[in-house]
Ligand binder design. Sequence first.
Ligand SMILES: Cc1cc2nc3c(=O)[nH]c(=O)nc-3n(C[C@H](O)[C@H](O)[C@H](O)COP(=O)(O)O)c2cc1C
Length: 172
Amino acid sequence: MIDILRNRRSVRKFEDRKIEEEKLDVLKEALVRSPSSRSINPWEFILVDDRDTLEKLSRSKQHGAGFLAGAAVAVAVLGDTTGSDTCIEDCSIAAITLQYAAESLGLGSCWCQIRLRAHGEDKTAEGFVREILDIQEHYLVECIIGIGYPAESKSPHAHEDLDWGKVRLFSV
Ligand SMILES: Cc1cc2nc3c(=O)[nH]c(=O)nc-3n(C[C@H](O)[C@H](O)[C@H](O)COP(=O)(O)O)c2cc1C
């Protein structure tokens, strides 16, 4: 696990290559094994591998979504706003669990933020994605994780560059 943590970087360029079914099964398993408050599992995940739909999703917002067009799969992470007051936390954990699982399989991934982002002047990114994927009103769209075989390689963040000052020990 620590090697996965050390090596993971956001990947936004992908090979034009499908992800094998067995790997997709592992990614799905990672999602549903993710912990949630009181085990309510207040989420739904929509996997998209259709090129046209990926291209549409890549236009969800003006900046930061373009990479979805080249992903082999995009996973929309939806939070069920009924019955849980922690769906955002639970969805975030599921999304990063998915990213670490992808890394463990030799895949690259990147988070595309949808919640609280604008599509344009009159529409939210959430509203745009809702229409494309036919999502019910009681689900919020937190993010879309783009996944594929990496077509770029990035160095891990160097140990000495990490923000160690943000971590402190409370001592009396
Ligand atoms: C909550 C969250 C939202 C993010 N939104 C986007 C996004 O919309 N588009 C994008 O290209 N990257 C997005 N990222 C990826 C970050 O830019 C990236 O994780 C950060 O720059 C650190 O780089 P690294 O992942 O390679 O360590 C997001 C990451 C997080 C955790």
